[in-house]
Design a protein around this ligand. Structure first.
Ligand code: PMP
Length: 396
């Protein structure tokens, strides 16, 4: 974002800059308005109101009916999903079955694995080649023991948007809670928890250009949930611990800005996305788009190239001042091939030849031009080096 930085940043899903307007809104709450919202005196009142205002703005962004009761502040989506899934599991009164999908974020996958060790049963629904979940498969998996369905709203890796509204209809008819990880979708596409019958929604502030390490869990009124952290009883006893007021205020400001600017902003980002997709697919032989071609996040370009390693591609692009990713930054440390691409049925060599560009508020049209110009010679060079590349392609 800084004026003297000539690099192109296309890894917004891993981390996004905080909007300067958000930073400005946060500033007074570090040194001047530093009270604890639980205090009775005026210092407490001074931060209580801005905290509730933030809660309101965040609730409005997702169409919550009663933000004051339904938005719980957390440290981010990982914590939100822990509370949502474990919190309903521990109150499930004899029911012990969870339905989820093969393409969830590791936070959700690892929570369900932990619950399996405690005796809960988990059904993992497979996806099609585009990482899409079939609502019919969810319906078929429901038993009288099912208390929760957890399906992410959109996949942050391949960009596919799941049919949450249809799934919400099924869960509501069967009196089962629906949890969705909204991290990748929030601020990119409209979400309405009432229309879509969502009972629990996890999201993080940084995906809205707010501060990192803060997030929220939407808990629909009437959903019985047990807190995961025991302590002073803040956040209606669901999430104990003194609230991080500067971050919460910043999160609220970020939500307000995205609500005002989302439609316009995403038109611009979508144009850039489409330019990069066609610039790659039209100019590089044997390049393919991962994820759904149309039911897709406006900021996601996930492509694969045969006969090369995504990591080499990323390093070569980085040398040209372009930052992109091999998939989920959260799982990058494990060096495991992406479970999302595996679930789509891609063989290992094509998973390794995949790279992800994610754009955001400050991405410019010229950034797309830089990518489209830089990529073909890099792919060609790497293919020349690869013993797997057929002769015709090396000479193409
Ligand atoms: N879900 C998805 C889809 C994510 O990409 C991430 C990481 N950005 C998370 C959940 C976890 O979010 P956090 O790291 O803010 O807890």
């Amino acid at each position: 974002m800084s004026a003297d930085d000539t690099r192109v940043y296309m890894d917004y899903t891993a981390s996004s800059p905080v909007d300067p307007r958000v930073v400005e809104a946060m500033m007074p709450f570090f040194t001047r308005k530093y009270g604890n919202p639980a205090s009775f005196h005026s210092f407490g009142a001074e931060v209580r109101e801005p905290m509730e205002e933030a809660r309101n703005k965040i609730g409005q962004l997702i169409g919550a009916e009663d933000p004051k009761r339904e938005i719980i502040f957390t440290s981010g989506a990982t914590e939100s999903s822990n509370i949502a899934i474990k919190g309903t599991a521990y109150r499930s009164r004899g029911k012990n079955h969870i339905i989820t999908t093969a393409v969830e974020h590791m936070s959700v996958i690892n929570i369900t694995k932990a619950l399996m060790k405690e005796g809960f049963e988990v059904t993992v629904i497979p996806v099609d080649e585009y990482a899409m979940v079939d609502p019919g498969a969810i319906s078929d998996a429901i038993t009288e023991k099912t208390f929760l369905v957890s399906v992410m709203y959109a996949n942050g890796e391949v960009g596919s948007i799941q049919p949450i509204k249809e799934i919400g209809k099924i869960t509501r008819e069967n009196k089962i809670f629906l949890h969705t990880d909204g991290v990748a979708a929030i601020g990119k596409i409209p979400i309405n928890v009432i229309d879509e019958n969502i009972d629990l929604l996890s999201f993080s502030s940084n995906d809205l250009y707010g501060p990192k390490g803060t997030g929220a869990l939407y808990v629909r009124k009437g959903v019985s949930i047990q807190g995961v952290l025991q302590g002073g009883g803040q956040e209606r006893g669901i999430r104990s611990g003194t609230e991080d007021i500067p971050s919460i205020v910043g999160f609220g400001k970020a939500a307000e800005l995205i609500q005002e600017e989302m439609t316009q902003e995403n038109k611009h980002i979508e144009r850039i996305r489409d330019k990069i997709i066609s610039g790659i697919l039209d100019n590089i032989p044997e390049s393919y788009l991962n994820g759904h071609p149309t039911k897709r996040l406006p900021n996601n370009v996930h492509v694969r190239f045969s006969y090369i390693e995504g990591e080499s591609l990323i390093l070569d692009l980085d040398e040209k001042g372009i930052a992109c990713s091999s998939g989920s930054a959260c799982a990058a440390k494990t060096l495991e091939p992406s479970h999302v691409l595996r679930a789509c049925g891609l063989p290992h060599e094509l998973i390794h030849g995949s790279i992800l560009f994610t754009m955001g508020r400050w991405t410019k049209e010229e950034d797309a031009d830089r990518v489209i110009e830089a990529l073909p010679p890099i792919v060609k060079r790497l293919r020349t080096l690869s013993p797997l590349t057929p002769k015709e392609l090396k000479e193409a």
